[in-house]
Design a protein around this ligand. Sequence first.
Ligand SMILES: NC(=O)c1ccc[n+]([C@@H]2O[C@H](COP(=O)([O-])OP(=O)(O)OC[C@H]3O[C@@H](n4cnc5c(N)ncnc54)[C@H](O)[C@@H]3O)[C@@H](O)[C@H]2O)c1
Length: 122
Amino acid sequence: MLTQIGRDSGLIGSEMAPEFARLRLLAAASRSASRKHEAGRNFLHNRLSGMQKQRIFISGVAGFLGSHLADAFLADGHEVLGNDNMIGGYLDNVPEGVEFYQFDCNEIDKLKQHMKGVDIVY
Ligand SMILES: NC(=O)c1ccc[n+]([C@@H]2O[C@H](COP(=O)([O-])OP(=O)(O)OC[C@H]3O[C@@H](n4cnc5c(N)ncnc54)[C@H](O)[C@@H]3O)[C@@H](O)[C@H]2O)c1
């Protein structure tokens, strides 16, 4: 791929070296990010797989971390519900299968109501 890019770029000799170095750095960063993502998934899987099915409440479930947590727990067969006030998240982030409620965490009565029967809260 690097050879192809070098050919297509029109750069010659030493002019290509910084471009190759930049592409190598990008490739290494991308490999590192995907290893970290994989490690996080494995960590959750190892902690919760083998456990009895849990009912798990995730606050901010429409956000980045919350939606990925939900994905991992659903994949391991757990029951997931959660809330989000939608100041920062996206409804599209909420995985199918999550019992979703739109409200703010400061609404204590609603929180109490939805925490009933929950085993784990994030
Ligand atoms: N690498 C990436 O692509 C990427 C993408 C997004 C975030 N991040 C990083 O991940 C880190 C954590 O992200 P995150 O998931 O915490 O942020 P987030 O903003 O994605 O999620 C937080 C969620 O909590 C909700 N929320 C906030 N206050 C609330 C309240 N009082 N009641 C109910 N819901 C509430 C927001 O609406 C949002 O959906 C951050 O450092 C961020 O920079 C990385």
